[in-house]
Design a binder for this molecule. Structure first.
Ligand code: GDP
Ligand code: IMO
Ligand code: MG
Length: 430
C-alpha cells in the first residue's frame, strides 16, 4: 500500500507549503487538508497566474489530483464558492476533483462576528487573528453545537440554525453591546437559513464520507498527500499559546483531521523559509524590528496572503526548527526563499537561545522565558547572486550550498527541496 506524504509548516505559517504541495501533486492522486479553514493562504504561481488558495487544497491545481476538504477543517461556504468559481474560470474541473467531508464544521456568519468582537474585547492582549471565525467555529465543535456539512441536509436544519443564530446574537450583544443594533440587523435567522440552504444545495455533490474515500484510495495504491495549513508554532497545544490558532496543525492533527492512521504516513516534509516570519501577535525570538527586518519584508514580499497584513520578519531560527522536527518526526525539509536571503551580504542563523544566562538549544513554549530569550547567532556569507535559474544543488554557489548544508547538519534531516523563486518551477529537488 502506498504511503502518505505530509507537508507541515515548521514556524508561524506562510513558509511556502502551497508551493511544495503543488510540486508533490504532480505525482499525487489525492491531496487532503486536515485542519484550519480560510485563515490559510497558500500561494502558487502557475505561469503569470497567481492562485491564493484558502480552503481547497492547492493540489487541485495539478489538474488531475482529487482535492479533499478533510473532517478536521472548518469551512466557510461563501469562501468555498468564491474559490470554486475562480478555479472554474481558469478551466479547472472542480466538479470532478473536489470532495468535502460530511463531518467538516461549517462556519456561520456569527463565527467571524464573534472572532472580531472577542479580539476587540481583548484590548491589549489581542491575538491578531485573521478574523475569519476560526476560533469560534472550533469552540462550537468542542462545545458540540457546531453544524457539520451533513447537518445541512437534516430535517431539523432550519430549526437548529434558527436557535443557534438567536443564541449567538445574544452572546454577541453581551460581548459588544455598542453594536447590538447591527447584530440584530445582520443576524436575521430567516435570511441566514435561506443563504445556507442555497449553499447546501450547491455543496451536496461534493459532500461524502472522505475517511472511507481516503482509505480506499490507499488500498488501491493511489498516492495521497496531506497539505498542512498554519504551522507548528501556531498549534493550539504546542505553539506559543495563546498566540496560536485553534487547531493542531502538527502531525497528530493531520491524522485526526483526515481519519488516516499513523502507520499510513510515510514522508513528513517540514517547510521553512531561509528566514522567519510571523503575522499576528506573540513571541518571535529572531524578529528584526530594524531596517534589516524591513528589507527582508520588501525582498520577500512578506504581506499576508489572507489579510494583507505586513509580516514580521527575522533571521532563521534553528532552535524552533529542531522543536518542529521532534514534534512532527520530519523526514525531509523544504527551504524556500533561498533567493531572497541570498541578497544579503551577511546572514545570521539562530543556533541557540540565551535565557537568563543559560544557553539552550531546546525550544520552550513558556511565554515568560520565550520573551526573555536572546538569539545566539552564527554568521554566514551571503551574496548568492541570481540563483533563480539553478536546477540542481551543485549549480548553487558555494555560499548557498554551505548555508543549506549547515541547516541539514544542525537538524539532522536532509533538505529535499530548495525554493529559488516564487514560480512553480523555481525549486531544486534533491
Ligand atoms: P504557505 O501559506 O505556507 O503556502 O505560504 P504563503 O503562500 O502564504 O507564503 C509564501 C510566499 O512565498 C508566497 O508569496 C510564495 O509565492 C512565495 N514563495 C514560496 N517559495 C518561494 C521561493 O523560494 N522564493 C521566493 N522568492 N518566493 C517564494
Ligand atoms: P498558512 O496556512 C500565518 C495566525 C494568525 C494569528 C493566529 C490566530 O497560510 O500558513 P486565527 O485566525 O487562526 O484564529 O489566527 O494564527 N495564522 C496564520 N499565520 N499563516 C497562516 O496560515 C495562518 N493561519 C492563522 O495570523 O496570529
Ligand atoms: Mg500562507
Amino acid at each position: 500500500m502506498s504511503k502518505v506524504d505530509a507537508v507541515i509548516g515548521c514556524f508561524y505559517g506562510d513558509e511556502g507549503k502551497g508551493k511544495v504541495i503543488d510540486y508533490l501533486a504532480a505525482d499525487a492522486d489525492v491531496a487532503v487538508r486536515a485542519t484550519g479553514g480560510d485563515n490559510a493562504g497558500h500561494t502558487i504561481r502557475v505561469g503569470d497566474v497567481k492562485y491564493a488558495m484558502h480552503l481547497i487544497p492547492s493540489g487541485i491545481l495539478s489538474g488531475h489530483t482529487v482535492a479533499v476538504i478533510g473532517n478536521g477543517m472548518v469551512l466557510n461556504p461563501k469562501v468555498l464558492f468564491q474559490e470554486i468559481d475562480n478555479l472554474k474560470s481558469h478551466g479547472y474541473d472542480v466538479d470532478r476533483y473536489l470532495k468535502i467531508s460530511e463531518k467538516v464544521q461549517i462556519i456561520l456568519p456569527y463565527h467571524s462576528l464573534l472572532d472580531l468582537a472577542l479580539e476587540k474585547a481583548r484590548k491589549s492582549s489581542k491575538i491578531g487573528t485573521t478574523g475569519k471565525g476560526i476560533g469560534p467555529a472550533y469552540c462550537d465543535k468542542y462545545e458540540r453545537c457546531g453544524l457539520r456539512a451533513e447537518d445541512l441536509y437534516g430535517d431539523s436544519f432550519e430549526e437548529r440554525l434558527t436557535e443557534l443564530v438567536e443564541s449567538k446574537r445574544e452572546l454577541l450583544k453581551y460581548y459588544d453591546p455598542e453594536n447590538a443594533a447591527e447584530y440584530d440587523a445582520c443576524l436575521d435567522p430567516k435570511k441566514i437559513c435561506e443563504e445556507y440552504s442555497e449553499y447546501a444545495r450547491r455543496m451536496e455533490p461534493y459532500v461524502c464520507d472522505t475517511v472511507t474515500y481516503l482509505h480506499k484510495a490507499l488500498e488501491e495504491d493511489q498516492k495521497v498527500v496531506i497539505e498542512g495549513a498554519q504551522a507548528t508554532l501556531l498549534d493550539i497545544d504546542f505553539g506559543s499559546y495563546p498566540y496560536v490558532t485553534s487547531s493542531n496543525p502538527t502531525v497528530g492533527g493531520m491524522l485526526t483531521g483526515t481519519g488516516l492512521s499513523a502507520s499510513d504516513i510515510g514522508n513528513v516534509y517540514g517547510v521553512i523559509k531561509a528566514y522567519s516570519s510571523r503575522v499576528g501577535e506573540g513571541p518571535f525570538v529572531t524578529e528584526l524590528t530594524d531596517e534589516t527586518g524591513d528589507r527582508i519584508r520588501d525582498l520577500g514580499h512578506e504581506y499576508g496572503t489572507t489579510t494583507g497584513r505586513p509580516r514580521r520578519c527575522g533571521w532563521l531560527d534553528l532552535v524552533t526548527l529542531k522543536y518542529a522536527k521532534r514534534l512532527n518526526g520530519l523526514t525531509g525539509l523544504s527551504v524556500n526563499h533561498l533567493d531572497t536571503i541570498g541578497k544579503f551580504d551577511r546572514i545570521q542563523v539562530c543556533v541557540a537561545y540565551e535565557i537568563d544566562g543559560t544557553v539552550t538549544e531546546d525550544f520552550t513554549t513558556n511565554l515568560k522565558a520565550l520573551n526573555r530569550a536572546k538569539p545566539v547567532y552564527r554568521e554566514f556569507e551571503g551574496n548568492f547572486g541570481d540563483i533563480s535559474g539553478c536546477a540542481s544543488f551543485e549549480e548553487l554557489p558555494e555560499n548557498a550550498q554551505a548555508y543549506i548544508r549547515f541547516i541539514e547538519e544542525y537538524i539532522g534531516v536532509p533538505v529535499k527541496f530548495i525554493g529559488v523563486g516564487a514560480g512553480r518551477d523555481e525549486m531544486i529537488v534533491r
